[in-house]
Design a protein around this ligand. Structure first.
Ligand code: CBA
Length: 415
């Protein structure tokens, strides 16, 4: 469909006219800004030099700039030298990329990987992977077509799965009182779900809370999911960002697979989606249906990013460099957590702030209230999502003190 906005508002302000008829779009209501990406729009419109964007979860270096990894730059140089063609990719993407990405997630020793039982497709970002997975489940999952999301979860999960044709419900995850995991509540809710429902799990670095189950808790979650024959759909958007170690962060996914669960997995680093099958022949059938899901959406995925990622993942020196850079990024975020915590305590900020240091990954769920986040945007030019989530990567040596002072004032009501 082509949506053509008619520039004819002066002729008929309420009912825009085109060729004598009322515009097809005259009754389209204005939609609200996106709760996460809308924050970037507000940030961009602000002209104050002190402004800080802690909305979107995208890495920034210590100067606040987007960071192009050296491993990526070197892979691009290698690719430019090789001067490959720019031909269309197959529907499921670049095979050498998807196999390297699956190895990164499942581990080189993964049994279903060795037995060629994992149907993998390259997608357009993690968002695309979730949508392909959701649509596939909506079409073929033979049991309860309800997906349970942790409360809270990444804001886009609900519309993605609803648009995929699944019913969306929630399970307890975050405990506001302890600012930690509501493990007992989560287990109780898993036990009360109708058997053979779908459950969405954040593989590591939970968004937005930064609160993950421990390995022991993951084992218990796996047992309950097995007892109830639930279908685990993992979203792994931050492998490496939680601990700085890609294998450690893949613990939950690998444990579930080792325990014999059949899982679906959406990977986002270079965006990939996969599902385990019981046999290579079944995998081939799943593959064929994934192609049928994808073809009417966008035909085939972009080539360049997949080539860069596969160059890094398949070259020992570049892989080592990439791993060390992931660690560097994770460590910088961890350092910012300590500095923010220390500053808030030093400034006698009312409340308990140790959760800032305990939380894991890209985000901190600060506990700031909606009026406080609003005041921070309007008076201090500091932008974050309304639920008080901050992207830790937006903090750096230049803005951490200004940020801490402003938060401290907002909490004291002095802003
Ligand atoms: N799953 C989770 C849990 C995520 O946090 C995100 C990204 C995605 C989508 C999937 P991709 O960018 O590959 O499509 O990943 N979430 C954000 O980092 C941001 O990119 C965030 O700030 O929450 C977003 O689109 O909202």
């Amino acid at each position: 469909m082509q949506a053509i906005a008619r520039p004819l508002a002066r002729v008929a302000p309420k009912h825009v006219r085109y060729a004598g008829t009322v515009s097809a779009w005259s009754a389209v209501p204005a939609g609200p800004p996106d709760p996460i990406l809308g924050v970037t729009e507000a940030f961009k419109a602000d002209k104050d030099p002190r402004k800080i964007n802690l909305g979107v979860g995208a890495y920034r270096d210590d100067k606040g700039k987007p960071y192009v990894l050296n491993a990526v730059q070197k892979a691009e140089e290698q690719l430019a030298d090789a001067n490959p063609d720019k031909e269309y990719l197959p529907i499921t993407g670049l095979a050498e990329f998807t196999s390297a990405a699956a190895k990164l997630a499942y581990g080189a020793e993964s049994v279903p990987l060795k037995e060629n039982r994992i149907a993998v497709t390259q997608s357009i970002s993690g968002t695309g992977a979730l949508r392909i997975g959701g649509t596939f489940l909506g079409r073929f999952f033979p049991h309860v077509k309800t997906i349970y999301l942790p409360v809270p979860s990444w804001g886009n999960h609900t519309p993605i799965f609803r648009d995929s044709g699944l019913e969306v419900k929630g399970y307890r995850y975050f405990d506001k009182k302890t600012v930690g995991l509501d493990f007992a509540g989560m287990i109780e809710d898993l036990k009360n779900m109708p058997a053979q429902s779908i459950v969405l799990l954040h593989a590591c670095a939970h968004n937005p809370t930064g609160v993950d189950p421990t390995p022991e808790q993951w084992k218990e979650i796996s047992n309950v999911i097995k007892e109830k024959s639930l279908f685990p759909f993992f979203d792994m958007a931050y492998q490496g960002f939680a601990s700085g170690d890609t294998s450690r962060d893949a613990f939950a996914v690998r444990h579930f697979v080792a325990e014999g669960h059949q899982i679906a997995l959406s990977q986002s680093f270079a965006k990939n989606m996969g599902s385990t099958a019981s046999a290579p022949e079944e995998k081939a059938r799943v593959d064929s249906q994934l192609k049928i899901v994808i073809r009417p959406m966008y035909s085939n995925p972009p080539l360049h990013g997949a080539r860069i990622a596969s160059t890094i993942l398949r070259n020992e020196a570049l892989y080592g460099l990439w791993e060390s850079e992931v660690k560097l990024m994770a460590d910088r975020i961890i350092e910012m957590r300590s500095r923010l915590f220390e500053n808030l305590v030093q400034q006698n900020t009312p409340g308990e702030w140790s959760h800032i240091k305990k939380q894991i990954g890209m985000f901190s769920f600060t506990g700031l209230t909606q009026p406080q986040t609003k005041a921070l945007a309007e008076k201090a030019h500091i932008y974050m999502t309304a639920d008080g989530r901050i992207s830790m990567a937006g903090l750096n040596g230049r803005n951490i003190d200004y940020f801490s002072e402003s938060v401290s004032k907002a909490v004291k009501g002095d802003l």
